[in-house]
Design a protein around this ligand. Structure first.
Ligand code: CA
Ligand code: CA
Ligand code: CA
Ligand code: CA
Length: 968
């Protein structure tokens, strides 16, 4: 005999064992908490969270063997899941179709499947289910009046019983003394009729993972275990779903390809997951080769493709018209003759083909799921001529997908849905949620919880979630999405995320939590690396104030160490999540190693340990190229800036607050100097603070020269007045409290100079001064430190001559030694460098070396690090408006090798030029610019030295920047 109250299974206070059952009744509010204030027993964490759950007593301790009763009509996948659940807890099972009348018995199936379940429910005092919503189930565990243990899984339909089995699996526990099951009554059903995951990303760049067959097989299981019932297959990487050129949807799969897909389809069908197959006949990747809508041949080809999928068991289809431009000409002349021209013609053509598929394919087969389509205007809520035409023409039998108010919607409200329904009055919209898909930010894992979706969206029939190009890491956000889709009314993102981490992390859950926290943010939620950012901020504040530096450094290093340990532990585990996250786990370790040295460097500098500091600085510089050679981004905008800050990278472009990330400085047309704090750049959209006016009286003939004059890692300003005086404006670090101190004159005799520069020539952390004087002489003045609040300069050193307004020097560190080198473009368009020899003498700059050509008529040129490896690369706007990048490939025999010209942008002109600045703090220069309408634009650098990929996204900020005469 087993005495339940003597052997505790859940962690609730021992004193409660044996209490009256009535006092132990819990409610749904208990989910996820280990115990309640009243001491009622906790329930195990369940995903998704059930709609109605009562804990009716202490858990049932199960014997070593149980009997499973299932009727002849019972759902086999449910039976299999129940058998697997008990077997995994080392409990033997005997299957029978009739009630054995004694012993612990599990009944699988509602009254239609397993008639004995109704009596079993009555025996434990639970009413048989009536009026269960679609896909719902009732699951009850307890003992009857004779003390016999009964477990009843009663679905309204077979699929409901299958979902009951998924809940049962999570109710079972075991320890060395055997298995137990929670004593509960659960009545449960989904809010959204269909719920699912999507393998439907745009093709990632070479080297980035994409889904494999094994991923898809695993995904189907994950969906089923979390009560989702759709797997949407439409990756752009599979040309049969769209394609480009001659490799496209028109060709059938080979026998091998079809066999692979059949495996996935069969598995999905065996787990109550519908495999949804998408075809995009207009070919978003190559629209000119898209379908000729009016062609009978083309339509026949489409039917044969759909039929091929039907043959392997697919019953759910999507004909998609997204990501094409219904403004271009049709790909065949017949279409314009048939449908006319313009967006409504495209709407007619698309509706016509979709209706054809409905009539000739869907209606021609029994057992088909509802056909869905995606309109070309799939995001947003407005009525439009395209939408009206599409909605009017499209068969009402067809459903329509919609992505919310945006393509990537940070928020989706019920009002958004209602508004969009007005634009599609004849069709119900289902939600295609582009979360957590990372096909615009391939270098990031977006593993945070689903947020920002209103519960009332379940008025829509379904919701699907487009996943990352990494199936394993996608499971973390997907589990929260499954929770939302099933039970949005009780969805709590953080709680759900925590449960998902526990499930996916298993024995390594705490390590996964540490890692997921630094790979969390996305367009729907910018929360990222909060604890790490706080520790870094505390350390930096301690450095600034000089109090508590050691304890803040120790706390930060402890956190870094924990992150490193978590990453190495996870690297040693073999789940799809950890395997596919390998590049990010490895990058975390590299960055932690650099950041830990950055902490030591900063504390050594402060303690005056110059030799130690120099060694650490060299070590970090040595680590940077490897970090830079991996595009994976972790702890976005948080960890890397600590390294950038420690090495003083980019302080002159232009870090005003001293956090390793550039802020923005602008002079307006009336001479006002405004500063904008870079609040955070956790995404490709930097958030800038409010306008702070920090100066007056600037002009086109007197613009700020930027550099760190006092070595505090905050950018200071210098100006050359019309009378030739040099005036310093020292940065106090406060955006709101008068950022720049009153001007102090720190030089004279600069009238008529052609240019003035601040650049660190000797790697001491203080900007040195350079000027091109009348007659073309380049002079350098060493920064010898602050004296009575004013920067002092060493004697003038002539370091060059022959300069002119037509040929001015540019400064940047080409060799990565912290000492600025010089570059110039000669009148013949040739590019030259003059490397810094480190001597601070007339020979500071070595003889010029010709390192490029083709710069005639260039509009801008910058010597700036683009790939984050330390040494500066070259970025220029060429005469034709091309933004060209040249990668620094290192120094050989005193000559810097530059890679081939990479076009990373175009359409720039003299009135709209980009300025490189590191907003994200990763050592890679990003861009800021102002367009013709006076809007500020930012482009975050992806670190990919590939045409078109370096600056993949443009973020537009508020208007009102017109007339700006200086922007950094
Ligand atoms: Ca400073
Ligand atoms: Ca210096
Ligand atoms: Ca570089
Ligand atoms: Ca950057």
């Amino acid at each position: 005999m087993r005495n339940g109250y003597l052997r505790r299974r859940w962690r609730f206070p021992r004193t409660l064992a044996g209490c009256a059952l009535a006092s132990l009744v819990g409610t749904v509010g208990l989910l996820g908490s280990p115990s309640t204030a009243s001491g009622a027993p906790a329930t195990p964490p369940l995903n998704p969270r059930p709609q109605e759950l009562s804990v009716t007593g202490t858990p049932l301790d199960l014997p070593a063997a149980v009997t499973i009763v299932r009727g002849t009509a019972a759902d086999q996948p449910a039976v299999d899941a129940v058998v697997a659940a008990f077997t995994s807890r080392d409990t033997r099972v005997t299957l029978t179709s009739t009630d054995p009348g004694a012993g612990t018995t599990v009944y699988v199936g509602g009254a239609q499947e397993t008639p004995a379940s109704a009596a079993a429910l009555n025996a434990i005092g639970v009413a048989t289910p009536s009026g269960l919503p679609d896909q719902g189930y009732l699951l009850a565990t307890g003992t009857d009046s004779g003390g016999r243990q009964r477990v009843v899984l009663s679905g309204g339909q077979k699929v409901g019983t299958f979902y009951a089995a998924q809940t049962l699996r999570q109710l079972l526990t075991s320890d060395s003394s055997g298995a137990a099951i929670a004593r509960v009554t659960i009545r449960d059903w989904p809010a959204f009729s269909f719920r699912g995951g999507m393998d439907s990303a745009n093709p990632p760049p070479p080297g980035v993972a994409r889904w494999t067959k094994a991923d898809r097989l695993e995904q189907v299981e994950v969906l089923a275990r979390n009560k989702m019932n759709r797997f949407f297959y439409g990756p752009a990487a599979d040309p049969r779903t769209g394609g480009s050129g001659s490799d496209n949807w028109r060709t059938s799969y080979s026998a091998t390809e079809l066999g692979d897909l059949r495996e996935v389809v069969s598995k999905a069908n065996s787990l109550h997951v519908a495999f949804v197959y998408r075809i995009s006949p207009e070919m978003p990747l190559d629209q000119a080769s898209g379908i000729c809508h009016s062609s009978a041949t083309e339509r026949g080809t489409l039917l044969s493709r759909l039929n091929q999928m039907y043959q392997i068991g697919v019953r759910h289809f999507v004909i998609a018209w997204d990501d094409v431009f219904p403004t271009r000409p049709f790909s065949c002349v017949n279409d314009s003759q048939t449908y006319g021209t313009g967006v409504t013609a495209w709407a007619r053509a698309q509706a016509d083909v979709t209706n054809f598929v409905q009539a000739q394919f869907i209606n021609a087969h029994a057992g088909m799921g509802q056909l869905y389509t995606v309109s070309s205007e799939y995001a947003g809520t407005a009525v439009s001529s395209y939408r009206t035409e599409f909605d009017t023409r499209l068969s009402t039998a067809v459903g329509v997908y919609w992505t919310g108010p945006e393509v990537l919607s940070p928020r989706i409200t019920k009002k958004n849905l209602d508004d969009a329904q007005v634009a599609f009055p004849r069709h119900r919209l289902a939600i295609w949620d582009n979360f957590p898909v990372n096909d615009q930010v391939w270098d990031r894992l977006q593993m945070g919880p689903l947020v920002g979706r209103e519960a009332a969206l379940s008025a829509a029939p379904g919701i699907l979630f487009n996943e990352m190009t990494q199936q394993g890491p996608s499971q973390l956000p997907l589990l929260t999405a499954a929770d939302f889709a099933w039970n949005p009314g009780q969805y709590q993102p953080e709680d759900s995320w925590s449960r998902a981490i526990d499930v996916l992390g298993g024995s390594k859950a705490s390590q996964l939590r540490t890692f997921a926290e630094i790979n969390r943010s996305s367009v729907i939620d910018r929360t990222d690396s909060v604890a790490l950012a706080d520790a870094i901020s505390s350390f930096r504040n301690a450095l600034r104030t000089g109090t508590g530096v050691d304890s803040a450094a120790a706390a930060l290093k402890q956190r870094l160490s924990a992150l490193r340990t978590a990453s190495t532990d996870l690297q040693a585990t073999q789940t799809s999540l950890t395997t596919q996250a390998q590049p990010w786990l490895q990058q975390t370790v590299r960055l932690v190693d650099a950041a830990t040295r950055a902490v030591d460097l900063l504390t050594a500098e402060r303690a005056g340990q110059t030799t130690v500091a120099n060694t650490l600085r060299q070590e970090i510089r040595h680590l940077l190229p490897t970090i830079a050679s991996h595009p994976e981004s972790v702890a976005h905008g948080v960890l890397h800036p600590l390294v950038t800050f420690a090495l003083r990278l980019g302080v002159d472009r232009v870090d005003l607050s001293g956090d390793g990330r550039a802020d923005v400085l602008a002079v307006t047309g009336n001479g006002t100097l405004n500063a904008y704090e870079n609040l955070r750049t956790t995404l490709n959209w930097p958030e800038l603070g409010a306008t702070q006016t920090v100066g007056q009286g600037w002009s086109t003939s007197q613009l700020p020269v930027i550099g760190d004059l006092d070595g505090d890692r905050r950018a200071d300003l210098l100006s050359v007045t019309s009378t030739g005086a040099l005036v310093q404006f020292r940065n106090t670090g406060s955006f709101t409290g008068g950022m720049f101190a009153t001007g102090v004159q720190v030089g004279s005799g600069w009238q008529g100079t052609l240019a003035a520069y601040l650049a660190d020539l000797d790697d001491d952390g203080r900007a040195d001064l350079l000027g091109v004087f009348p007659g073309g002489t380049l002079r350098a003045f060493r920064n010898t430190g602050m004296s009575n609040g004013a920067v002092t300069w060493g004697p003038a050193v002539q370091v060059g001559q022959g300069w002119s307004t037509a040929e001015l020097p540019f400064f940047g560190d080409l060799t990565g030694d912290g000492k600025a080198d010089l570059m110039s473009v000669k009148s013949d368009g040739s590019l030259w460098h003059f490397l810094n020899t480190g001597s601070f003498s007339e020979g500071t700059f070595a003889a010029g070396q010709r390192v490029g050509a083709g710069w005639s008529g260039h509009l801008a040129m910058h010597v700036v690090d683009l790939d984050g490896d330390g040494p500066a690369d070259v970025l220029g706007v060429l005469a034709d408006g091309t933004l060209a990048a040249f990668r620094n490939q290192g120094v050989t025999n005193g000559l810097v090798g530059f890679g081939p010209r990479t076009s990373v942008g175009q359409g720039w002109h003299a009135n709209m030029l980009p300025y490189p600045t590191d907003l994200s703090g990763d050592g890679r220069a990003d861009l800021i610019s102002i367009n013709g309408e006076g809007r500020l634009f930012t482009n975050i650098n992806s670190g990919r030295f590939v045409s078109g990929l370096m600056f993949p996204t443009t973020a537009a900020h508020g208007p009102g920047w017109g007339g700006t005469i200086f922007l950094r």
